[in-house]
Design a binder for this molecule. Structure first.
Ligand code: FEO
Length: 176
């Protein structure tokens, strides 16, 4: 069973992961009408991945005897001035997520909740990948600048991203 403060923080992060999915989905919806289908594909898959992140928290809270509380989700930003602005926003968002996960680890450690600390380890590692993946697209967009043919080549590249759902039974502690 969780300490109240840790339970509230875990629920809050679960909601924030679902909110992350909402943000990425809105970014994809910005790219689709621009015919940047590869960018949209990458962002739609990112949105799906964020849902699985939220699901990890959902299952962990349930499996550990806590009460899930789904918080309110704000309307995401719908328009951007360019794909670069969208991905810079995404990178900033991932940096915020990293900070939140680190604070959650601090909270778990302060409660000597080692099960939660171990659960959160996956997210600590994942955030390195999250920031690297988004940061790589930001760096390429900076290199591309106003070079349209190069932008379309990157779009083709991003179209190759595929969603690999976590294997059954790997999300939850007790086989969810
Ligand atoms: Fe689940 Fe991109 O942080």
């Amino acid at each position: 069973m969780f300490d109240d403060k840790l339970l509230a923080a875990l629920n809050d992060q679960m909601t924030f992961e679902f909110y992350s999915g909402y943000i990425y989905k809105a970014m994809a919806a910005y790219c689709r009408p621009l015919d940047l289908d590869g960018f949209a594909n990458w962002l739609e898959i990112q949105a799906l991945e964020e849902m699985t992140h939220g699901e990890r928290f959902y299952l962990y809270i349930n499996d550990s005897g806590g009460r899930v509380h789904l918080g309110a989700i704000a309307e995401p930003k719908a328009d951007y001035s360019s794909p670069l602005e969208a991905f810079e926003t995404a990178l900033h968002h991932e940096q915020i997520v990293t900070g939140r996960i680190n604070k959650l680890v601090d909270t778990a450690l302060a409660q000597s909740d080692h099960a939660s600390r171990i659960f959160l380890d996956w997210f600590v590692t994942e955030q390195i990948e999250e920031e690297a993946n988004v940061g790589s697209v930001v760096a390429k967009l900076h290199l591309i600048g106003d070079d349209m043919p190069a932008l379309f080549l990157l779009d083709q590249d991003l179209a190759a991203r595929a969603f690999n759902p976590p294997p059954p039974g790997t999300l939850g502690v007790t086989g969810g």
